[in-house]
Design a protein around this ligand. Structure first.
Ligand code: P6P
Length: 342
């Protein structure tokens, strides 16, 4: 009797792909599993966020007399707890922590990896029930192979990432990641509490009709970005313009939609903030790794994001990311103003 495999869970998929990273004896698999477990715990709390009035606002105590944490603090604590007890991570850089967190315990003594993360990006959208996300990036440590990680383990170019991914807490909860062998998406099935393979080998369309940018900042944008926005708005039946503007104000949600449907997301430099708003280590690099693995592109308007040499764990860079033809068209407009080139 022929049995058809019902689902492939994240755990099964990681084990099946173990051969993709021969140097690892399962450590990276366990690290990805730890991230998946923390994501399920965060998902449970994100789904209750709408009940804050009943369960208590952050900073208060709830009906059980427990102190209620802000959801981004809760998420940060969950991922730090999972990573620091899983034994595979020797240090963490988090959007929520000014300094990186060295992990100095017995179980992590020989850990090989460091993790950069934005534990809950777009958290200002929580109380209006808009999708939010977790973004993570994994590097092999460069410092001596015993004990807690050091700052040099974080200051590696994005090309050195061994894995990167995001969790989107939306109409469904998905985990999307790459280890450099393509991009795969897993949807959480709450009935069995497993992330199940739902989007195998994701590929971004080369062209799209959606542009994502906060046009409220239009007056502060450099001329090249203003010109590109006008290009998107011009009428041209051959290039299907005008394009559609979609801007959720949640990077993971905008990125995920553009990855599937095609489109470009831009967080540009402005004269006030010449490096834009988004962080290189735990927002731009991981999404750039995924974008390139899915056949699309990510630059700062001039340079490939993954080639930018980090100097600080919280450094900001401008981000132009999405369908290759759209990013390259925006770059053509940026090229007309070299003064902004870093
Ligand atoms: P603005 C959320 O704070 C975030 O980091 C991204 O998720 C989002 O795309 C961007 O900032 C929104 O920033 O300045 O347009 O409100």
């Amino acid at each position: 009797m022929e049995f058809k495999k019902m689902v492939t869970t994240l755990g099964q998929f990681i084990i099946e792909r173990q051969a993709d990273y021969p140097y690892s004896k399962g450590e990276l698999s366990r690290l990805l599993r730890d991230i998946g477990i923390a994501a399920k715990i965060v998902n449970r709390e994100v789904n209750k966020a709408g009940l804050a009035d009943i369960l208590g606002e952050a900073g208060e105590t709830n009906i059980q007399g427990e102190s209620v944490k802000k959801l981004d603090t809760f998420a940060n604590d969950q991922f730090i707890s999972a990573l620091s007890t899983g034994g595979e991570c020797c240090a963490i850089a988090s959007e929520e922590n000014e300094e990186f967190i060295p992990i100095d315990n017995l179980v992590s003594q020989n850990a090989k990896y460091v993790v950069c993360m934005d534990p809950l990006d777009g958290s200002s959208n929580i109380d209006v029930n808009v999708s939010i996300g977790t973004i993570f990036s994994i590097y092999r440590r460069k410092s001596k192979a015993v004990g807690p990680g050091t700052i040099e383990d974080f200051l590696q170019k994005g090309t050195e990432q061994v894995a990167a991914g995001y969790i989107i807490y939306g109409s469904s909860t998905m985990l999307v990641y790459t280890t450099g062998k393509g991009v795969n998406g897993f949807t959480l099935d709450p009935s069995i509490g497993e992330f199940c393979l739902s989007h195998p080998d994701m590929k971004a369309p080369n062209m799209g009709e959606i542009y994502s940018i906060n046009q409220g900042n239009f007056v502060h944008f450099p001329p090249g970005v203003k010109e590109y926005i006008k290009y998107c708005q011009d009428l041209d039946k051959d290039t299907n313009r005008p394009y559609t503007l979609r801007y959720i104000g949640s990077l993971v949600a905008d990125f995920h939609r553009n990855l599937i449907k095609g489109g470009i997301y831009i967080y540009p430099p402005t004269y006030k903030s010449p490096n834009g708003k988004l962080r290189l280590l735990y927002e731009c690099n991981p999404l750039a790794f995924i974008a390139e693995q899915a056949g699309s592109k990510a630059t700062d308007g001039f340079r490939r994001i993954l080639e930018i040499e980090p100097t600080d764990i919280h450094q900001r860079v401008p981000l132009f990311i999405g369908s290759t033809e759209m990013v390259e068209k925006a770059e053509d407009y940026m090229a007309k103003q070299p003064e902004l080139q870093s």
